[in-house]
Structures are given as C-alpha cells and as structure tokens.
Design a protein around this ligand. Structure first.
Ligand SMILES: NC(=O)c1ccc[n+]([C@@H]2O[C@H](COP(=O)([O-])OP(=O)(O)OC[C@H]3O[C@@H](n4cnc5c(N)ncnc54)[C@H](O)[C@@H]3O)[C@@H](O)[C@H]2O)c1
Length: 309
C-alpha cells in the first residue's frame, strides 16, 4: 500500500510504539491518534497529529474515530502486561477492541489494518522461530489474547476483503518507563546503585529491537507486502541476556552494583525465558535491523538515563 498522503488512524498513539509510529507518519500523512491515556501520555502525541481521548472497548468511541475517510488503521492500543493480575479483563478488553474495530471498519468501508501481535503467540518454540512455525501454543493470557486477535484479523482478511499486516514483535524497548526490564533496572539503580535485584537467574535471553527501528520496519512492510494477510516477525538476529542488560544499564549509569537473583529460569509465570524470532522473511522484503539486540538495549538505556537527568 502506498501510504503517502493517506489519512491514517493510530490507536494507542499516545503509547510507546504508537507515538513513534505517529511521529514517523505525520510529515507525509494526515494522522489521527486515538488513545484513552490509560498507559499513554498526551504530550507524546506529535503536534502535527489530531488527538481523540477515547476508550476503544466502547463501540461509540470506535465509531467516533473510524470514519469512511480513513485509509488505514494502525492498531497498537492494548493492555500489554504478560503477568497481569486481571487476565480475563485483559483478554476481553483486547479482543473487544480488535473485534469492534474490524466490525466498524467493515461497516464504513475501511479495509487496511496493521496490527501489533507478539512473540508470545509462539510460546516456548525452537529458535530462531519463523512465521510459519506450528503449533502455536502461548503460555500466557496475553499471548492467548494476541493469538485470538490474529484469528479475527485472518478471518476478515479472507472473508471481508481486508488487507491485514500482523507484526509479531520481539521485545521493543524505547524511552518509556513502562515496567519492562530496561526501565526497571534504570529505576532500581537510580534508587540504589549498590545492589540490583534481578528477576529469575539472569540467563533469560531475548531479542530486542529499538522502537525507532520497529516503526520504520512496520512502514516498510505495509508499503511492500500486499497479500490479504501478511504476517511478519520484527526483531533482531541476536539476543541479549538479562545479565547483559544489567551490565549495559549499569555502564550507562556509571555504577557498579552487586546482582541479587530471585531465582528460577524465568522472571514470572507465563514468561518465555528464551526468545529469538527469524527475521529472514523481513530481510527478503528488503528490511534489515540496523542495530544488534545489544545495540537496541543500549540505545534505550541511554535514552532512559537521559530522562532521569
Ligand atoms: N513494547 C513491546 O515490547 C511490545 C512487544 C510485543 C507486542 N507489543 C504490542 O505493541 C502494542 C503497543 O505496545 P506499547 O509498548 O506501545 O504499549 P503502550 O502501553 O505504551 O501503548 C498502548 C497504548 O494503548 C492505550 N490503550 C490501552 N487500552 C486502551 C483502550 N481501551 N482504548 C484506547 N486506548 C487504549 C494506552 O493508553 C497506551 O497509550 C501493543 O499492542 C502491545 O501489546 C509491544
């Protein structure tokens, strides 16, 4: 799809990935951001985008922002904790939001949808995991919710003439204090530079793709892949262990802490301790991750440390 000059809706556009997507698209597109600010920030929405504060689990809210003049929807709004203490609400809200968007898009004739799924749909799969790996056996409600949403998208692609791009993200760090491992370490070391508590044994090892590269890859795929349902992994060829993240963050902060471990092979129930996605399909479409996983972690760590100052 040629995006230039198009009117696009970015759901979750006040959050980490959505605000970067809105930033990237705003110079060449007419961008509308819809977000209920439950985990986003009004001042992250670029000045040259329109903003509507709306709860997208509410059909009236969806009708307000999905109108016939929209050419494409970038759907990034979600409740995204893997270890949530409200699993049923998370599953219901995320699926209600996605199903409601699809129904409304169909009603008003909008048929292009980019969706942020996750590596968690693969569960504990062999690595590097390609897009056609099966069976898909998530081990968290978050992963189950993403897989169910992918099923809805696939259905609309194959029976309602939609073009859908599903992005299965590795970990996407950036300048957001959102509770994930890099900001968690930055905040803990800011409070106590002597000792760092690490969840699990520190040997969990995953692939990290910086958010700025992630949104660039999304735009590239939307502009170059034109099947009815386009499924792409977004990640790096390399991984970074939790111990290595601790070293990088400590180095960026100029501290030298002792590490204490909570133990076990994973951070929490439902955590997949080792993840690396195959990015060969993405490479074949002409997009290569410019940074290694370590490079992405360092870039995010540096941005977060700068925000502390
Ligand atoms: N960051 C990652 O590492 C990562 C990894 C895999 C998948 N994802 C997916 O990418 C997408 C974006 O993630 P992110 O890291 O930017 O998260 P984020 O929490 O920063 O952004 C999500 C945004 O959605 C908004 N939102 C939530 N519920 C809403 C509702 N009912 N109505 C309107 N807005 C609502 C929040 O306010 C927030 O601004 C999510 O779908 C997430 O599941 C992210």
């Amino acid at each position: 799809m040629d995006l230039s000059g198009k009117r696009v809706l970015v759901t979750g556009g006040a959050g980490l990935v959505g605000s970067h997507m809105a930033d990237l698209l705003a110079p060449d597109n007419d961008v509308l951001v819809a977000d209920d600010l439950s985990n986003g920030y009004r001042d992250w929405v670029p000045d040259d985008a329109e903003f509507v504060d709306v709860d997208l689990t509410d059909p009236d809210g969806v009708s307000e922002v999905v109108t016939p003049d929209i050419d494409a929807v970038f759907h990034f709004a979600a409740s995204k904790n893997v270890d949530t203490d409200r699993p049923r609400e998370q599953f219901d809200e995320n699926n209600a939001m996605t199903y409601g968007l699809l129904e409304r898009m169909d009603e008003v004739g909008v048929s292009n949808l980019a969706f942020t799924s996750s590596s968690t749909v693969y569960g504990e799969a062999p690595r590097p995991t390609p897009e056609d790996y099966a069976p898909l056996e998530p081990i968290s409600i978050y992963g189950a919710s993403k897989l169910a949403e992918e099923g809805l998208l696939s259905t609309y692609a194959h029976t309602h003439d939609f073009t859908v791009w599903t992005f299965r993200f590795a970990n996407i760090p950036g300048p957001a204090f959102d509770g994930s491992v890099i900001p968690d370490f930055v905040e803990k070391l800011d409070e106590n530079p002597e000792t760092l508590t690490v969840l699990g044994d520190g040997r969990q090892e995953k692939s990290y793709l910086h958010v700025e590269e992630c949104v660039d890859a999304i735009r590239h795929v939307v502009e170059h892949a034109d099947d009815a349902h386009n499924v792409y992994n977004l990640g790096t060829r390399t991984t970074t262990s939790v111990n290595r993240i601790a070293d990088i963050v400590a180095d960026e902060m100029g501290v030298n802490p002792e590490y204490e471990y909570t133990g076990g092979d994973r951070g929490w129930t439902g955590d997949v301790p080792k993840m690396r996605l195959s990015v060969e399909k993405l490479a074949a479409l002409g997009w290569e991750p410019p940074l290694s996983s370590d490079g992405s972690v360092r870039k995010a760590a540096r941005q977060l440390v700068e925000r502390l100052e």
